[in-house]
Design a protein around this ligand. Sequence first.
Ligand SMILES: Cc1ncc(COP(=O)(O)O)c(C=O)c1O
Length: 398
Amino acid sequence: MKYNFDKVINRKGTSSWKWDTTELIFGSDDVLPMWVADMDFLVAKPIIDALKKRIDHGVFGYTMPWNSLTSAVVDRVQQKYNWKIKPEWIVFTPGVIPAIYSAIKAFTHPGDDVILQGPVYYPFWNAIRDNGCNISNNQLKLINNHYEMDFEDLKKKFAPHPEMIPSPPRTRLMILCNPHNPVGRVWSKKELKKAGEIALKHDAIVISDEIHCELLLTNSTHTPFATISKEFEQHSITCMAPSKTFNLAGLEASSIIIPNEDLRNKFNIAKEGITPDTNVLGLVALEAAYRYGNEWLSQLLDYLRKNLEFLMKYFEEKIPQVKVIKPEGTYLAWLDFRKLGMDNEKLSAFLRRKAKVGLDDGYLFGSSGSGFERINIACPRSILEEGLKRIEKAVNSL
Ligand SMILES: Cc1ncc(COP(=O)(O)O)c(C=O)c1O
Protein backbone atom coordinates (compact mmCIF):
# COMPACT_ATOMS: atom_id res chain seq x y z
CA MET A 1 0.00 0.00 0.00
CA LYS A 2 1.25 3.47 -0.89
CA TYR A 3 1.00 6.05 1.88
CA ASN A 4 0.71 9.75 1.15
CA PHE A 5 2.92 11.68 3.53
CA ASP A 6 2.31 14.92 1.59
CA LYS A 7 -1.28 14.96 2.80
CA VAL A 8 -1.94 17.76 5.29
CA ILE A 9 -4.16 16.55 8.11
CA ASN A 10 -5.78 19.19 10.26
CA ARG A 11 -4.82 18.35 13.86
CA LYS A 12 -6.26 21.50 15.36
CA GLY A 13 -9.11 20.79 17.75
CA THR A 14 -7.77 17.33 18.66
CA SER A 15 -6.18 18.55 21.92
CA SER A 16 -2.81 18.14 20.26
CA TRP A 17 0.13 19.44 22.30
CA LYS A 18 1.69 20.61 19.08
CA TRP A 19 -1.26 22.23 17.33
CA ASP A 20 -3.61 23.35 20.10
CA THR A 21 -1.20 25.18 22.37
CA THR A 22 0.38 27.74 20.04
CA GLU A 23 -1.32 30.65 21.78
CA LEU A 24 -0.46 29.31 25.23
CA ILE A 25 3.14 28.41 24.51
CA PHE A 26 4.21 30.80 21.77
CA GLY A 27 1.87 33.68 22.52
CA SER A 28 -0.01 33.73 19.24
CA ASP A 29 -2.28 31.46 17.27
CA ASP A 30 -0.56 32.14 13.93
CA VAL A 31 2.74 30.53 14.98
CA LEU A 32 3.52 27.40 12.92
CA PRO A 33 4.29 24.64 15.45
CA MET A 34 7.41 22.60 14.62
CA TRP A 35 8.48 21.51 18.07
CA VAL A 36 7.16 18.56 20.15
CA ALA A 37 8.36 15.19 18.82
CA ASP A 38 5.33 13.67 17.21
CA MET A 39 4.51 13.47 13.51
CA ASP A 40 1.76 15.05 11.45
CA PHE A 41 1.29 11.82 9.47
CA LEU A 42 -1.52 9.28 9.44
CA VAL A 43 -0.61 6.06 11.23
CA ALA A 44 -0.07 2.76 9.34
CA LYS A 45 -3.32 1.08 8.33
CA PRO A 46 -2.63 -2.25 10.09
CA ILE A 47 -2.30 -0.37 13.39
CA ILE A 48 -5.61 1.40 12.88
CA ASP A 49 -7.24 -1.91 11.89
CA ALA A 50 -5.93 -3.65 15.02
CA LEU A 51 -7.21 -0.81 17.22
CA LYS A 52 -10.64 -0.88 15.54
CA LYS A 53 -10.88 -4.63 16.05
CA ARG A 54 -10.05 -4.30 19.74
CA ILE A 55 -12.46 -1.37 20.17
CA ASP A 56 -15.23 -3.43 18.54
CA HIS A 57 -14.89 -5.94 21.37
CA GLY A 58 -16.18 -3.16 23.60
CA VAL A 59 -14.84 -4.24 27.00
CA PHE A 60 -11.73 -2.51 28.31
CA GLY A 61 -11.03 -3.97 31.72
CA TYR A 62 -7.64 -4.31 33.44
CA THR A 63 -5.37 -6.04 30.99
CA MET A 64 -2.06 -7.84 31.37
CA PRO A 65 0.54 -8.24 28.63
CA TRP A 66 -0.13 -11.30 26.46
CA ASN A 67 2.25 -13.76 24.83
CA SER A 68 2.06 -12.61 21.21
CA LEU A 69 2.63 -9.01 22.39
CA THR A 70 5.79 -9.94 24.26
CA SER A 71 7.04 -12.05 21.40
CA ALA A 72 6.49 -9.10 19.01
CA VAL A 73 9.10 -7.19 21.04
CA VAL A 74 11.40 -10.23 21.28
CA ASP A 75 11.16 -10.76 17.49
CA ARG A 76 11.65 -7.05 16.73
CA VAL A 77 14.96 -6.71 18.56
CA GLN A 78 16.14 -10.05 17.20
CA GLN A 79 15.33 -9.03 13.60
CA LYS A 80 16.66 -5.50 13.87
CA TYR A 81 19.72 -5.96 16.05
CA ASN A 82 20.25 -9.69 16.36
CA TRP A 83 19.71 -9.24 20.08
CA LYS A 84 18.21 -12.32 21.68
CA ILE A 85 16.15 -11.27 24.65
CA LYS A 86 13.94 -13.32 26.94
CA PRO A 87 10.22 -12.41 27.27
CA GLU A 88 10.55 -12.00 31.04
CA TRP A 89 13.15 -9.24 30.58
CA ILE A 90 10.48 -6.89 29.18
CA VAL A 91 8.55 -4.51 31.41
CA PHE A 92 5.81 -2.55 29.67
CA THR A 93 5.32 1.02 30.85
CA PRO A 94 3.14 3.86 29.58
CA GLY A 95 6.24 5.81 28.57
CA VAL A 96 9.99 6.03 28.55
CA ILE A 97 10.08 9.04 30.84
CA PRO A 98 8.12 7.34 33.65
CA ALA A 99 10.53 4.42 33.24
CA ILE A 100 13.53 6.72 33.59
CA TYR A 101 12.04 8.28 36.72
CA SER A 102 11.45 4.79 38.13
CA ALA A 103 14.97 3.65 37.26
CA ILE A 104 16.55 6.66 38.94
CA LYS A 105 14.39 6.03 42.00
CA ALA A 106 15.36 2.36 42.01
CA PHE A 107 19.11 2.71 41.54
CA THR A 108 20.13 5.86 43.39
CA HIS A 109 20.00 7.42 46.82
CA PRO A 110 19.14 11.10 47.13
CA GLY A 111 22.38 13.06 46.89
CA ASP A 112 23.97 10.73 44.30
CA ASP A 113 25.33 12.12 41.06
CA VAL A 114 23.68 10.92 37.84
CA ILE A 115 25.43 11.45 34.52
CA LEU A 116 23.76 12.75 31.39
CA GLN A 117 25.22 14.17 28.19
CA GLY A 118 23.98 17.68 27.49
CA PRO A 119 22.57 19.22 25.46
CA VAL A 120 19.98 16.51 25.92
CA TYR A 121 16.23 15.90 26.10
CA TYR A 122 15.06 18.15 28.93
CA PRO A 123 13.00 15.64 31.01
CA PHE A 124 16.27 13.80 31.82
CA TRP A 125 17.40 16.82 33.82
CA ASN A 126 14.10 16.98 35.72
CA ALA A 127 14.07 13.24 36.37
CA ILE A 128 17.45 13.46 38.11
CA ARG A 129 16.56 16.57 40.12
CA ASP A 130 13.09 15.33 41.05
CA ASN A 131 14.64 12.19 42.54
CA GLY A 132 16.87 14.32 44.78
CA CYS A 133 20.05 13.55 42.83
CA ASN A 134 22.68 15.85 41.34
CA ILE A 135 23.14 16.32 37.63
CA SER A 136 26.59 15.44 36.43
CA ASN A 137 26.79 16.80 32.91
CA ASN A 138 29.26 15.01 30.65
CA GLN A 139 28.75 17.66 28.02
CA LEU A 140 29.06 16.67 24.37
CA LYS A 141 31.76 18.36 22.29
CA LEU A 142 30.87 20.06 19.02
CA ILE A 143 33.74 19.53 16.60
CA ASN A 144 33.39 20.61 12.96
CA ASN A 145 29.60 20.65 13.10
CA HIS A 146 29.56 17.15 14.59
CA TYR A 147 28.88 16.18 18.20
CA GLU A 148 31.15 13.76 20.01
CA MET A 149 31.34 12.29 23.50
CA ASP A 150 34.00 13.63 25.84
CA PHE A 151 35.49 10.44 27.27
CA GLU A 152 38.19 12.15 29.34
CA ASP A 153 35.51 14.20 31.08
CA LEU A 154 33.37 11.07 31.52
CA LYS A 155 36.24 9.38 33.38
CA LYS A 156 36.46 12.41 35.67
CA LYS A 157 32.73 12.40 36.24
CA PHE A 158 32.90 8.82 37.47
CA ALA A 159 36.03 9.35 39.57
CA PRO A 160 35.32 9.89 43.24
CA HIS A 161 35.77 13.35 44.69
CA PRO A 162 38.38 12.54 47.38
CA GLU A 163 38.43 16.09 48.69
CA MET A 164 34.80 15.92 49.80
CA ILE A 165 34.18 15.40 53.49
CA PRO A 166 32.49 13.44 55.04
CA SER A 167 31.81 11.46 51.87
CA PRO A 168 31.70 12.24 48.18
CA PRO A 169 28.50 11.71 46.12
CA ARG A 170 28.24 8.30 44.52
CA THR A 171 28.08 8.12 40.72
CA ARG A 172 26.48 4.81 39.77
CA LEU A 173 24.03 5.77 37.07
CA MET A 174 24.37 7.22 33.60
CA ILE A 175 21.63 8.12 31.11
CA LEU A 176 22.57 7.61 27.48
CA CYS A 177 20.43 8.93 24.66
CA ASN A 178 20.92 6.84 21.53
CA PRO A 179 20.05 8.12 18.94
CA HIS A 180 20.63 11.40 20.67
CA ASN A 181 17.89 13.99 21.00
CA PRO A 182 18.48 16.81 20.08
CA VAL A 183 21.85 16.50 18.31
CA GLY A 184 20.85 13.53 16.15
CA ARG A 185 23.91 11.37 16.70
CA VAL A 186 23.51 7.61 16.30
CA TRP A 187 26.38 6.53 18.51
CA SER A 188 28.75 4.04 16.94
CA LYS A 189 29.52 0.72 18.55
CA LYS A 190 33.02 1.99 19.25
CA GLU A 191 31.76 5.08 21.06
CA LEU A 192 29.24 3.10 23.10
CA LYS A 193 31.88 0.54 24.03
CA LYS A 194 34.24 3.22 25.21
CA ALA A 195 31.58 5.02 27.29
CA GLY A 196 30.23 1.75 28.66
CA GLU A 197 33.65 0.49 29.69
CA ILE A 198 34.19 3.64 31.72
CA ALA A 199 30.77 3.26 33.37
CA LEU A 200 31.22 -0.44 34.08
CA LYS A 201 34.65 0.11 35.60
CA HIS A 202 32.75 1.99 38.30
CA ASP A 203 30.06 -0.66 38.52
CA ALA A 204 27.50 1.80 37.18
CA ILE A 205 24.16 1.06 35.60
CA VAL A 206 23.42 2.60 32.21
CA ILE A 207 19.92 3.63 31.21
CA SER A 208 19.97 3.63 27.44
CA ASP A 209 17.06 5.60 26.00
CA GLU A 210 16.70 4.14 22.49
CA ILE A 211 13.24 5.50 21.73
CA HIS A 212 14.45 6.91 18.37
CA CYS A 213 16.37 3.76 17.35
CA GLU A 214 14.34 2.93 14.25
CA LEU A 215 14.48 6.46 12.85
CA LEU A 216 17.77 6.33 10.98
CA LEU A 217 18.22 9.01 8.34
CA THR A 218 21.69 8.24 7.04
CA ASN A 219 23.50 4.98 6.52
CA SER A 220 24.35 4.76 10.22
CA THR A 221 23.57 1.59 12.18
CA HIS A 222 21.89 1.52 15.56
CA THR A 223 23.62 -0.58 18.19
CA PRO A 224 21.66 -1.24 21.36
CA PHE A 225 24.05 -0.53 24.24
CA ALA A 226 23.18 -3.87 25.83
CA THR A 227 24.34 -5.87 22.79
CA ILE A 228 27.97 -4.91 23.18
CA SER A 229 28.71 -7.62 25.73
CA LYS A 230 27.01 -9.81 28.32
CA GLU A 231 28.44 -7.51 30.98
CA PHE A 232 26.90 -4.47 29.29
CA GLU A 233 23.62 -6.35 29.04
CA GLN A 234 23.62 -7.09 32.77
CA HIS A 235 24.26 -3.44 33.68
CA SER A 236 21.71 -1.85 31.36
CA ILE A 237 18.12 -0.70 31.21
CA THR A 238 17.11 -0.32 27.55
CA CYS A 239 14.12 1.87 26.78
CA MET A 240 12.38 1.22 23.47
CA ALA A 241 8.94 2.13 22.18
CA PRO A 242 7.00 2.31 18.92
CA SER A 243 5.76 5.79 19.89
CA LYS A 244 8.24 7.89 17.89
CA THR A 245 8.74 5.45 15.02
CA PHE A 246 5.07 4.77 14.37
CA ASN A 247 3.57 8.04 15.64
CA LEU A 248 1.78 6.54 18.62
CA ALA A 249 2.88 8.89 21.40
CA GLY A 250 -0.69 9.54 22.58
CA LEU A 251 -1.27 5.81 23.05
CA GLU A 252 1.55 5.54 25.56
CA ALA A 253 3.21 2.15 25.40
CA SER A 254 6.90 1.41 25.82
CA SER A 255 8.98 -1.67 26.43
CA ILE A 256 11.76 -1.47 28.94
CA ILE A 257 14.27 -4.31 28.61
CA ILE A 258 16.05 -5.25 31.84
CA PRO A 259 18.03 -8.49 31.51
CA ASN A 260 19.39 -8.47 35.08
CA GLU A 261 16.79 -10.02 37.36
CA ASP A 262 17.87 -8.09 40.45
CA LEU A 263 17.71 -4.77 38.61
CA ARG A 264 14.36 -5.72 37.12
CA ASN A 265 12.89 -6.52 40.54
CA LYS A 266 14.17 -3.23 41.95
CA PHE A 267 12.77 -1.36 38.95
CA ASN A 268 9.36 -3.02 39.34
CA ILE A 269 9.24 -2.14 43.04
CA ALA A 270 10.21 1.48 42.32
CA LYS A 271 7.49 1.94 39.74
CA GLU A 272 4.74 0.30 41.79
CA GLY A 273 1.87 2.60 42.59
CA ILE A 274 3.43 5.47 40.63
CA THR A 275 3.69 4.23 37.07
CA PRO A 276 0.42 2.59 36.05
CA ASP A 277 0.09 -0.44 33.83
CA THR A 278 0.10 0.28 30.13
CA ASN A 279 -3.32 0.81 28.59
CA VAL A 280 -4.75 -1.92 26.42
CA LEU A 281 -4.99 0.15 23.22
CA GLY A 282 -1.35 1.20 23.52
CA LEU A 283 -0.31 -2.43 23.74
CA VAL A 284 -2.53 -3.45 20.80
CA ALA A 285 -0.94 -0.69 18.72
CA LEU A 286 2.56 -1.69 19.83
CA GLU A 287 2.07 -5.28 18.69
CA ALA A 288 0.52 -4.26 15.36
CA ALA A 289 3.27 -1.72 14.70
CA TYR A 290 6.08 -4.19 15.29
CA ARG A 291 4.40 -7.01 13.39
CA TYR A 292 2.81 -5.21 10.46
CA GLY A 293 4.22 -1.65 10.34
CA ASN A 294 7.34 -2.21 8.22
CA GLU A 295 5.84 -1.24 4.87
CA TRP A 296 4.67 2.11 6.27
CA LEU A 297 7.97 2.63 8.10
CA SER A 298 10.11 2.18 5.03
CA GLN A 299 8.00 4.77 3.14
CA LEU A 300 8.14 7.10 6.15
CA LEU A 301 11.93 6.88 6.27
CA ASP A 302 12.17 7.70 2.55
CA TYR A 303 9.98 10.74 3.13
CA LEU A 304 11.90 11.92 6.19
CA ARG A 305 15.22 11.57 4.37
CA LYS A 306 13.87 13.73 1.56
CA ASN A 307 12.58 16.28 4.09
CA LEU A 308 16.03 16.38 5.63
CA GLU A 309 17.66 16.88 2.22
CA PHE A 310 15.16 19.65 1.49
CA LEU A 311 15.92 21.38 4.78
CA MET A 312 19.70 21.07 4.40
CA LYS A 313 19.57 22.55 0.90
CA TYR A 314 17.19 25.32 1.97
CA PHE A 315 19.46 26.52 4.78
CA GLU A 316 22.58 26.18 2.67
CA GLU A 317 21.18 28.16 -0.26
CA LYS A 318 18.78 30.60 1.37
CA ILE A 319 19.62 30.97 5.06
CA PRO A 320 23.39 30.35 5.21
CA GLN A 321 23.66 32.33 8.46
CA VAL A 322 22.09 29.32 10.18
CA LYS A 323 24.06 26.06 10.23
CA VAL A 324 22.31 22.71 10.38
CA ILE A 325 23.80 19.91 12.45
CA LYS A 326 22.80 17.06 10.17
CA PRO A 327 21.03 14.36 12.20
CA GLU A 328 21.99 10.72 11.62
CA GLY A 329 18.83 9.66 13.40
CA THR A 330 15.53 11.02 14.83
CA TYR A 331 13.29 13.41 12.87
CA LEU A 332 14.66 16.41 14.69
CA ALA A 333 17.27 18.79 13.33
CA TRP A 334 19.49 20.95 15.51
CA LEU A 335 19.96 24.41 14.11
CA ASP A 336 22.87 26.67 15.02
CA PHE A 337 21.66 30.28 15.14
CA ARG A 338 24.72 31.58 17.01
CA LYS A 339 25.89 33.70 14.06
CA LEU A 340 22.85 35.94 14.57
CA GLY A 341 24.43 37.01 17.87
CA MET A 342 21.21 36.91 19.92
CA ASP A 343 20.94 35.81 23.53
CA ASN A 344 18.41 33.11 24.48
CA GLU A 345 15.57 35.48 25.16
CA LYS A 346 16.08 37.48 21.97
CA LEU A 347 16.39 34.41 19.76
CA SER A 348 13.28 32.87 21.25
CA ALA A 349 11.26 36.10 20.77
CA PHE A 350 12.66 36.55 17.25
CA LEU A 351 11.47 33.11 16.16
CA ARG A 352 8.06 33.34 17.83
CA ARG A 353 7.17 36.94 17.08
CA LYS A 354 9.07 37.75 13.92
CA ALA A 355 9.36 34.42 12.11
CA LYS A 356 6.14 33.00 13.60
CA VAL A 357 7.53 29.52 13.99
CA GLY A 358 7.33 27.44 17.14
CA LEU A 359 10.64 25.62 17.66
CA ASP A 360 12.21 24.16 20.82
CA ASP A 361 14.70 26.64 22.25
CA GLY A 362 18.11 25.02 22.53
CA TYR A 363 18.91 26.25 26.04
CA LEU A 364 16.05 24.06 27.34
CA PHE A 365 18.31 21.08 26.59
CA GLY A 366 21.10 22.46 28.79
CA SER A 367 23.26 25.56 28.71
CA SER A 368 25.40 24.25 25.82
CA GLY A 369 22.22 24.44 23.72
CA SER A 370 22.19 28.24 23.92
CA GLY A 371 22.00 29.76 20.46
CA PHE A 372 20.52 26.56 18.99
CA GLU A 373 16.96 25.60 18.12
CA ARG A 374 15.40 22.20 17.47
CA ILE A 375 13.05 21.77 14.54
CA ASN A 376 10.76 18.80 13.90
CA ILE A 377 10.81 17.73 10.25
CA ALA A 378 8.16 15.00 10.53
CA CYS A 379 5.50 16.94 8.68
CA PRO A 380 4.27 17.23 5.08
CA ARG A 381 6.87 18.97 2.93
CA SER A 382 4.52 21.89 2.31
CA ILE A 383 4.47 22.64 6.05
CA LEU A 384 8.23 22.27 6.30
CA GLU A 385 8.67 24.65 3.37
CA GLU A 386 6.29 27.18 4.94
CA GLY A 387 8.27 27.07 8.21
CA LEU A 388 11.58 27.54 6.38
CA LYS A 389 10.19 30.43 4.33
CA ARG A 390 9.11 32.14 7.56
CA ILE A 391 12.58 31.74 9.06
CA GLU A 392 14.21 32.98 5.83
CA LYS A 393 12.04 36.07 5.70
CA ALA A 394 12.71 36.92 9.33
CA VAL A 395 16.48 36.39 9.04
CA ASN A 396 16.61 38.50 5.86
CA SER A 397 14.82 41.33 7.65
CA LEU A 398 17.61 41.70 10.20
C1 LIG B 1 14.90 10.77 23.87
C2 LIG B 1 13.47 10.76 24.28
N1 LIG B 1 13.09 9.98 25.31
C3 LIG B 1 11.80 9.93 25.71
C4 LIG B 1 10.83 10.67 25.08
C5 LIG B 1 9.41 10.62 25.55
O1 LIG B 1 9.06 9.36 25.87
P1 LIG B 1 7.62 8.98 26.43
O2 LIG B 1 6.61 9.82 25.74
O3 LIG B 1 7.52 7.53 26.10
O4 LIG B 1 7.67 9.22 27.90
C6 LIG B 1 11.19 11.49 23.99
C7 LIG B 1 10.17 12.30 23.32
O5 LIG B 1 10.45 13.18 22.56
C8 LIG B 1 12.53 11.52 23.59
O6 LIG B 1 12.92 12.26 22.55
